[in-house]
Structures are given as structure tokens and as C-alpha cells.
Write a protein that binds this ligand. Structure first.
Ligand SMILES: [Zn+2]
Length: 295
């Protein structure tokens, strides 16, 4: 199950655990959320490590993935694990059982989302197979912001409303490093809450104001992640795409254009890169935006 899971080192104290974007490989036959929302696009979770301490940022798509992460870190000398969840979506929380003896932190909204759907996620009624059973819930919550010490590293947890209304991003101020969860995505963001687009745009300005030097998203290009991550213009690319989706409401001729035309400027600038499966995500995003009847 973890055959294609690879360990990248984007920064000296950072591990990325990347799976997916593997030609011809599927996790399972038929529609399922692991392939369709995660592995087909590529998904990373991260760990920030200093000495015997690790902050594990998301628990990946299966308990086996999470166990692999835990073993890799233990082999590197980690003894104390703290998990932080980026948001409640299944591809980010599925492996939490492998850390059920550890502190698991999320913002309050993430806990609310997961608690409300716990029974349906565990039975498969919520999004079909594979079920996550048991769904291990966060053991500690925060609102707004929280500071964590990982060895000698100071990590800030910042709550945001981007992509989902319960995002938690990690900010390492001295290193100017932002771990963005799903608030930023290469090639384009996966839209679930278009009614909050204006909030997303304003919140992305907040991330821009941090002046990150490097950004690590959970869905992005493994080569760029391996080389240290994205520049802050990645934020502008995501904002421009959201503005284009908003324009698709009033300008029907934009709706049929291929993704490469919709984001041509950010692509030419190298802020993001075209990965073919995102064409289908873009089609789906347009449907979601039109169905939301934004004014
Ligand atoms: Zn995701």
C-alpha cells in the first residue's frame, strides 16, 4: 500500500512524505477518494523534526502510510510525536489511528467537522470506500493561533478560511517557511466552498503578508517540493485562478477554455505548473461554482 510513498527532504529539518502522480498506478479499482482526490493529483504530508521531537502535519491517506511515517521518523531518532491536522478532509486525516497514543491538535472547526461526520466516515456512508475506522479525533484544539515548540524550533499554527473553513497552516517565522496544507495547490485549488471565495482571497493576502520565502503545499509537484518548495508568487497564482473562476459566472465564454488558457500568465511566469489531471479538476470547479449561484 505504501509502495510508491517516497521521502523527500525539502529543508534540513523537514520531511515530506509524497505519494501519487505515478503513471498507471491506482490504489484500488473503481471510484474511490484515495485515487480520485489524492493520489491522482499527488499528495504530501510533512514532519518538522528537531532532535527527539517531531510535529507531524497530517496523517496521510491510510493508516499504513501513517505507520510508515512514524517508523521513518522513529528510525531518525524521534521519540515525541505531536500531530497537527491541516483540515478535516479525509486524505489528510485517514492515518490518525497510527498516532492514537499521541497529542493530535487541530483547530476547533476541524474537530467539529470530523465529530459531526464520524459515524458516516467510519461506515463508509460519507464518501464510500475505503472506510476510516476508527476515525481518531483530535485530542486538543485551538482557535485563531497557537504556538508549538518542536525541539528548538518555534512553529506557529495559524487558522485560516481558505479551501475549507477550518484550515490550519504552519508558519516557521525564522526560516520564513510556510506549510500551507490545501490552502495553496499546484496546479489549481480544488474548490469545495465557492461561497467563501471573497474570504479566501482576503485570507490569501494574509498569507502573502507573512512574506514566506518557501511554501510547501500538500498537493503539488514532487520535484519542486524536493527542491525546497514554491516562492510566494504561488499565492498570487492561486488568487488569480479564484478570480478567473468568479469571472466564469458572468462571462460564459470563459467556461469552455482549457485550463492552460485560464491560468496562462501564472504558467508563463513559472508560479505554477500544468499537471494534466487538473484539467478535470478545473471542469469540476466550474460546475461547483455555477451550482453555487454566486452573485
Ligand atoms: Zn487534500
Amino acid at each position: 500500500m505504501t509502495t510508491h510513498l517516497r521521502v523527500l527532504r525539502p529543508a534540513p529539518k523537514v520531511f515530506a512524505f509524497y505519494d501519487g502522480r505515478v503513471d498507471g498506478y491506482r490504489f484500488a479499482e473503481g471510484e474511490n477518494w484515495v485515487d480520485d482526490g489524492a493520489l491522482s493529483l499527488g499528495i504530501a504530508s510533512y514532519a518538522i523534526v528537531d532532535g527527539a521531537d517531531a510535529l507531524v502535519y497530517d496523517t496521510h491517506v491510510t493508516v499504513q502510510h501513517a505507520a510508515f511515517i512514524r517508523k521513518t521518523l522513529a528510525d531518525a531518532g524521534v521519540k515525541n510525536f505531536t500531530v497537527v491536522l491541516s483540515h478535516w478532509h479525509l486524505d489528510h486525516v485517514a492515518g490518525s489511528e497510527a498516532f492514537d497514543d499521541c497529542r493530535i491538535i487541530s483547530n476547533k472547526r476541524t474537530l467539529d467537522h470530523l465529530s459531526r461526520r464520524k459515524a458516516a466516515i467510519e461506515s463508509g456512508e460519507y464518501s464510500g470506500p475505503p472506510v476510516i475506522n476508527p476515525l481518531v479525533l483530535p485530542t486538543q484544539t485551538f482557535e485563531g493561533r497557537m504556538q508549538l515548540q518542536v525541539g528548538k524550533l518555534r512553529v506557529e499554527l495559524l487558522e485560516a478560511n481558505i479551501h475549507s473553513d477550518d484550515a490550519t497552516v504552519l508558519w516557521l517565522a525564522p526560516e520564513r517557511l510556510l506549510l500551507a496544507g490545501d490552502t495553496l495547490e499546484d496546479t489549481v485549488t480544488y474548490v469545495g466552498e465557492p461561497e467563501n471565495f471573497d474570504i479566501h482571497l482576503a485570507e490569501l493576502d494574509r498569507l502573502w503578508a507573512l512574506r514566506p520565502e518557501r511554501i510547501l503545499p500538500n498537493h503539488g509537484d514532487p520535484e519542486i517540493i524536493a527542491l525546497g518548495g514554491y516562492e510566494k508568487t504561488f499565492i498570487r497564482a492561486n488568487q488569480q485562478y479564484i478570480r478567473m473562476l468568479k469571472r466564469c459566472v458572468s462571462e460564459p465564454e470563459l467556461r469552455t477554455k482549457p485550463l492552460r488558457d485560464i491560468i496562462s500568465a501564472p504558467l508563463e511566469a513559472g508560479w505554477v505548473n500544468l499537471f494534466a489531471p487538473y484539467e478535470a479538476i478545473h471542469r469540476q470547479n466550474i460546475e461547483v461554482v455555477l451550482a453555487a449561484k454566486l452573485s
